[in-house]
Design a protein around this ligand. Structure first.
Ligand code: DON
Length: 315
């Protein structure tokens, strides 16, 4: 059996992902995101042994968008407990696009899950009611391992000025009593968390904590509660790639969360954390290059959660 080296596999994965960039486009509904070069593509890995590997445009910073929803869920679960959080938002995949407000009107006043926009706005409302945005940012920095992580002000302004659909959802939820807090304060919190910028190394650090059951690899310190991790990763499997989550589960098979800025955070249980950036996204809001990089890595490294194949790649 030929023994391969992971740096080689990562470069091959990047080149494989690159072939799909032309099948996607940058998000244009947030004008500031439309300015990003759609050909950028980068990936970072942090293994459970603490080794790091990078390829492509991994140093390029991007806004994490919906990936921020995973960290707001961690924050809310650990400060308010799951019972309270899930009295405001459901645990089911919606089968609808991330920005849909259909079900809020016709089916259930509570959003289906914390990762669609309505659900994330409801969770942001819980946090904004009792905490400052800085408190949330401290957690983001700790999980990503870099103190200089900040909000991209231009993206924030752009989202705030154009987020009419998100405003509609928030007002609908305020009207039905799901949201107790001030709508504009809640939206300010939500748009700021979506506009946090980082690179794939930061994202891979966070992913490695998820893959390591909530424990930081290099220090051995538990940063996320066991019960939170279980809820979070289950929701990442069922809802992390929105209405593309089913196919992603089959093709890739890792808890993951995408953002329309082109980021994907993916956690290969007990093996490695993966951070990806590729701003060309598909109609479901998932990075097309990133999706294919993950599919390639999953196959080559045996990362699918139901794979029992031994990898011949050393990492
Ligand atoms: O609210 C929005 O529409 C964006 N700030 C976040 C959406 C998003 O990232 C969906 N993910 N793929």
């Amino acid at each position: 059996m030929e023994i391969k080296n992971i740096a080689e596999v990562l470069n091959d994965a990047l080149e494989y992902g690159r072939k799909y960039i032309n099948k996607g486009n940058v998000a244009t509904y947030i004008p500031e995101l439309a300015k990003v070069d759609k050909n950028l593509l980068g990936v970072s890995i942090v293994t459970m042994g603490g080794k790091r590997y990078h390829a492509g445009d991994w140093q390029h910073e991007f806004t994490i968008q919906s990936i921020s929803k995973t960290i707001s869920l961690i924050f809310a679960l650990e400060h308010f407990g799951s019972e309270y959080v899930f009295s405001k938002v459901g645990m089911e995949s919606s089968g609808d696009p991330f920005n849909s407000l259909d079900k809020l009107e016709i089916k259930n006043k509570y959003p289906s899950n914390p990762f669609i926009n309505a659900g994330a706005i409801a969770v942001a409302g819980l946090i904004a009611d009792k905490y400052e945005f800085e408190d949330y940012l401290v957690l983001v920095r700790r999980l990503c391992g870099r103190d200089l992580i900040e909000v991209d002000k231009n993206v924030y302004i752009s989202e705030n000025e154009t987020g009419l659909l998100n405003r509609s959802m928030a007002y609908l939820m305020k009207n039905s009593g799901v949201l107790d807090t001030d709508v504009e304060e809640t939206l300010k919190f939500y748009f700021r968390m979506c506009s946090i910028k980082m690179n794939t190394n930061d994202l891979a650090n966070y992913a490695s904590i998820l893959a390591n059951d909530g424990v930081e690899v290099k220090s051995g310190i538990r940063l996320i509660d066991k019960s939170t991790i279980k809820i979070l990763k289950s929701l990442m499997v069922t809802c992390g790639m929105y209405d593309g989550s089913g196919e992603f589960a089959i093709r890739v098979g890792m808890p993951a969360k995408s953002g329309v800025g082109g980021g994907i955070v993916a956690s290969a249980e007990n093996k490695m954390g993966i951070g990806i950036f590729g701003p060309a996204i598909d109609t479901q809001g998932n990075s097309v290059g990133g999706y294919h990089i993950l599919e390639y890595l999953s196959n080559e490294l045996g990362l699918h959660y139901f794979s029992r194949e031994l990898s011949n790649v050393v990492y």
